[in-house]
Design a protein around this ligand. Structure first.
Ligand code: GTQ
Length: 371
């Protein structure tokens, strides 16, 4: 049999077994087991003013209640929208921005997805209740609602409050583990005074009443910005990380592991003029610019950002960060690093060429979806 005859015979063979829902590995191995991570997630950037204006427009349009649950506009990675898909921010992560108006209540519910909130704007009168602990949310705070904990949001202040939601929606969907349950009342009953966990844990020490507590979820539900800021100031006395500047991971005080077991949370400080080296890693991340201005180069493309903006760093793409302003930059991000670590999938590589920095080939412009 000649080579081409053999190929034809093999193709016929493949067609024949496919009728029994069987496939030949020899044709598909390279698609299943790729040489390096392959995915459809593209780097993208969303402007804060666009999201904020649309949310304010949605304010009077959408009443909060059991039909709507939450007033949230979320980041749809353009490449994950194909084939009628809903589109998240990366394969694993969903990020949205939520608006709560004075006096409103977003009713209590629970779900198997992990969720974090990062507070962007408001006068401090808004709160989240997590399994009966009420915590007031100020700009820069990170609030956890671990999987399957009851949570509702309310607002006793006078100004609209905006925060970032991060959930592992894509991950849980892929793993077919989604469950949701509404609470039978709008508000879950309080089990103690507000911010009990902050009082017991937030300063790197813990109340002695908590000695026996260990494991997941984290007993601390609000990582106050004032504490995180202080930690970053302390780090400035040391050498910065070459790829991430002065950076901290939020941790569970009883384990030292990630604050949320599945969603990694990180805060980076870039001092004026700082330009980090490029690296790439398996985990993906969604960034929010808490303050400052600069840009991130992702695979040769420049993403310019300022306060409030969001951008996606997909898996295994080269990226580096630059502070171009006169002030300090603080970048908050959610990532799926804890999952990659637990599953033994995390890999990291540093860029060696060009002194560890990329050539900038083009600058990102948001593309409107034409319908
Ligand atoms: O506030 O509980 O953005 O359940 C998506 C799902 C927020 C929330 C989101 C949610 C919430």
């Amino acid at each position: 049999m000649s080579q081409s005859e053999a190929r034809i015979a093999l193709n016929e063979f493949a067609a024949k077994i496919s009728e029994e829902h069987l496939g030949p590995l020899w044709d598909n191995l390279g698609h299943m087991i790729t040489l390096k991570p392959k995915h459809e997630v593209i780097p993208y950037l969303w402007k804060w003013q666009t999201i904020r204006n649309y949310l304010l427009e949605a304010g009077p349009l959408l009443a909060l209640g059991r039909e709507s649950e939450r007033r949230v506009i979320y980041l749809q990675n353009p490449s994950l929208l194909k084939d009628g898909k809903i589109g998240y921010s990366t394969n694993t992560l969903y990020v949205g921005v939520q608006l709560l108006l004075p006096g409103e209540v977003a009713p209590s519910h629970r779900h198997s997805q992990a969720a974090i909130r990062f507070i962007i704007e408001g006068d401090g009168g808004a709160y989240t209740t997590v399994d009966g602990e009420k915590t007031y949310m100020e700009r820069g705070d990170l609030v956890l609602t671990p999987p399957w904990t009851w949570h509702d949001h309310g607002h006793e202040g006078t100004e609209p409050v905006f925060w970032m939601d991060g959930l592992d929606v894509g991950l849980v969907k892929t793993l077919t583990g989604s469950f949701f349950e509404p609470y039978h009342e709008n508000k879950y009953p309080l089990s103690g005074p507000p911010d009990g966990s902050v009082a017991r844990y937030a300063s790197g020490v813990r109340a002695i009443s908590e000695r026996k507590r260990k494991g997941y979820p984290s007993p601390l539900i609000n990582y106050k910005w004032s504490n995180i800021k202080q930690a970053l100031e302390g780090l400035e006395r040391l050498d910065p990380d070459p790829y991430d500047g002065y950076a901290v991971d939020y941790i569970n005080p009883t384990t030292g592991g990630s604050a949320d077991a599945r969603i990694g949370t990180t805060m980076q400080r870039l001092t004026p003029g700082m330009h980090t080296k490029a690296h790439r890693h398996v985990h993906s991340a969604v960034y929010h610019v808490l303050e400052g201005s600069g840009y991130t180069v992702i695979e040769g493309q420049k993403f310019e950002w300022e306060q409030g903006d969001f951008f996606v760093v997909p898996p295994w793409l080269w990226h580096e960060h630059v502070n171009t302003g006169t002030g300090t930059v603080h970048l908050f991000s959610v990532n799926d690093r804890p999952v990659m670590e637990i599953l033994g999938l995390e890999q990291e590589e540093e860029l060696r060429d060009n002194n560890g920095q990329q050539e900038v080939a083009r600058t990102f412009e948001p593309a409107r979806l034409s319908k």
